[in-house]
Design a protein around this ligand. Sequence first.
Ligand code: NAP
Length: 264
Amino acid sequence: MSAVSTVSSRPVAIVTGGSRGIGRSIAERLAADGFAVVINYFSRRDAADEVAAAIQSTGGDAFVVQADIGVTADRQRLVAETLQHFGRLDALVNNAGITSPGRKDLLEATEESWDQVFATNLKGPFFLAQGAAREMVRLVQAATIERATIINISSISAFAVSTNRADYCMAKAAMQMMTWLLATRLADDQIRVYEVCPGVIASDMTAPVQEKYDKLIADGMSPIRRWGQPGDVAAAVSMLAGGTLPFSTGERIHIDGGFHIRRL
Ligand code: NAP
């Protein structure tokens, strides 16, 4: 790692997929909380630049980095550029994710879709967390930072079956174990690890299935009968990244209007 001349006075957070939807809201919320934010995007440079400009216009600090989270060299570069630019890393939000391409029935599901979904939604977040954690451990040991946080954005699909998105459901289900593993390994290093499970949230991802969810929500799919908003998820991330729950790790936070409650 090449040396940086200054270390950011603000804590630094990487938000993957920070260019749109939930990630954008998380980036803006963390910036408002006082974090310098690294906005990672995949292909929508225009959207990422817009988020950075919005943050900078309110006096915040933002840095845009393109990286495909499914690609090893890109993940390594994302962490390296963050440290070169800011000199520290206090939080990683593993938010970038894709739905199952084509939403094919389980009997038609393809290995190509599996590989793409698992690379972006599970392998990428795990190895990015590994790379970030190595740096966080080093920074804590050097007393550059006191503590750090890793937050994995999972889904109600981790425990609710959709037979037309098998790969997506399985990748999200594995995120709970990933969170527990990282939480256990990193506890002594002052790194807390959490999983946030959003329900149905209004974003580009859910726009193509809006009518279906409009009906399900009106029919009482969750006790709180409304669409979730990206800001609902960002509020949970803000609480966790801010260190509000220091004696808690490996925890799953549901942001789903109560969808996870079994009802008769
Ligand atoms: P979205 O609106 O489709 O936005 C996806 C974001 O991820 C974009 O910023 C996109 O970058 C980025 N991205 C996609 N592939 C990437 C890759 N390979 N490398 C880096 N970045 C990549 O999605 P969203 O609804 O905000 O979802 C965000 C997260 O929440 C996902 O993990 C999703 O599974 C989870 N989630 C969403 C819902 C929901 O109802 N929306 C519910 C539960 C969980 P570009 O802008 O460059 O394309």
